[in-house]
Write a protein that binds this ligand. Sequence first.
Ligand SMILES: [Zn+2]
Length: 688
Amino acid sequence: RKNGYRAGNSVFSSPSSPNEEEIRFLEAAEYGDIPTVREMLSSPTLNTSCVDFMEQNALQLACGNEHFEIVELLTQGKSMSRIGDALLLAISKGYLRIAELLMNHPSFRVNQRLTKSPGELMLLDPESDFYSYDNDGTRFSSDITPIILAAQCQEFDIVYELIRRGATIQHPHEYKCQCADCTHMRRNDALNYCLSRLNAYKGLASPVYLSLITADPVRLALKLSHELTRMADVEKEFKVRVLYDQQVQLFRLNSPEDRTQGENVPATVFSLSLIIYCTIYQTSLVVHTLVATRLSARMPSLKHKSSICVSTLRSKRSILILNAFVLFICTRTMRSPFCKFATHGMAHAQFLMLLVLNCIDRVEWFKSSPPFAFLIHQTSEHGRHTEFNWCEVFIMLYTAGLLWNEVTELWDDGPRNYVVQLWNILDFFLLVILITSFVASFISHQNRLQSNNAQNDVQYIPSKSTDDTKMDVSVPKWMNYYCYKYADRSHWIGSDPQLIAEALYSLGIVLSFTRICYILEVSEKFGPLQISLLSTVGDIIKWCGIFFMIFGAFLLGLFNLYSYYGKPEAKTTKAFTTIEETFITLFWSLFGLADYRGVEVKYDHQWTRIVGYQLYGAYNIITVVIMLNMLIAMINRSYSDVQVDSDLEWKFARAKLMMSYFDNGNVLPVPYNLVTIPLRFYGCVVQL
Ligand SMILES: [Zn+2]
């Protein structure tokens, strides 16, 4: 690009053209005519730094055409100009011998020319043309030092030589650094400032450079890539994220299929902590052969299903065996990640079974026979519960176990790491809902007991329609409310604690079952499918942003139009007369379940009627035809996107799940983990 620009420029502005002798010399250098160059170098009249019409001198021409001997001749003799530029050219073209020859040239020892960037050298010596490409400036951006260029070009030997000679890549300052240099550069030339940072990072992130400056390049690369990811959010000018992907290339170097490329890079030891780091931050790394084998080695039982553990757990009496197993054999085998995974999974399955059993007494075909008596809710015969049944007691025990589990996890991981994992947030909500539900029903039980103790009237009023006046005035009003007399549901107020408890418990059931998804991630069949589904959630949230804006606009518009027609003689239906009615009508019309005549008014108000029809019609077209179809298209697209590398995503999710079982905490599954409470407190006391 630069050449084309220069050529055009030169033809018309006609700079001082070289004379006959100079043309011969330059051509000899360009085409590798060694005898001519040697002969002409001894000529006293020749200006060795002469340039051709492209403003290239003999050294640059010889370098560009890889004439090693001519470069050697040129650099031996009289002082030669633009040696720095020739070096950059040799590096960028990968001419190792020429680059080494030039690096050894004495002129590099002045002003630390090998380590400073052309731009910095210009500040020291403005007249120098050491690094200039032509009269206009340097070949590359002025912040490119030889080592940055070599690192970017992945020239292993050149980088090695440069590091040996003391060259390093300076780590760029923080983006918003307030030091004098940064402020000056930012104010003078913001574009160049950003470019120079990007160039430096590109050099730093190069696998060759990383593997040469540290014994553990992978760790450093991950650190760097973490920094770059963070920066990509701040520095919008250049999405440094490109680099982040480039980073990951480094690890391919270590994989067997790519041996040829990475022979020079020392193989790296993957430590466990490093793998943990990988699983948190880098999806693609987990699939890396080395990491994957390491993980499998840590979880041998997952790979070889023949182990005793699996066969035990698969047998039909697994639940009984599991309980015995958990209670009595609390040995070291329990600590193995696979056993932990299996026992925790089984414990959750038991919990779900309890949830199912707990509602079975209201299923029609259930006949209460003595062996199932423990399932029946001990109700006063007309609605209000007076006691918890065994199922509920066990569910509470499990909930307590879950709570203790989460507390220890929060304690061990710290709040930050705890919140990062979305499953933990789900668990938190599940716990809050279940505990609130139990507290509410406990309050109801207590009130019922107290009021029963206080009064002994047994006259039961079956429904609200009958006489309410026989209230006992000797006890407080709330006791009358809870007494046996008003036990029928028709007497309850909307905020009755038992109603609240029942509603929350239903929510809790749904959340408990979603936790199955967490375990399903391990399955090869369901895992990828489930991840595809989860990824569409993001799309739905984005879509909702636009949808609620449109929905809100029509909600307010239609409500304003019809809010004065609330009376039955004004409008055929209640639709749009209140905010609630408007919301209901608009929401259900998304699914075609609302009446289009909702906009009609009984009075002869044509204008209102027409505007109403227009608004409602426009709403239907925009939401049903456009928005809903857009949502379907979005889901389609992201589903097929994920499907393409669902294997990778699944392996990532599975590895993450595996990692969560590697740590030593929470060996015992819920609710047996409650046994550890005293131990834990004892541990804390001893520490103090
Ligand atoms: Zn700074």
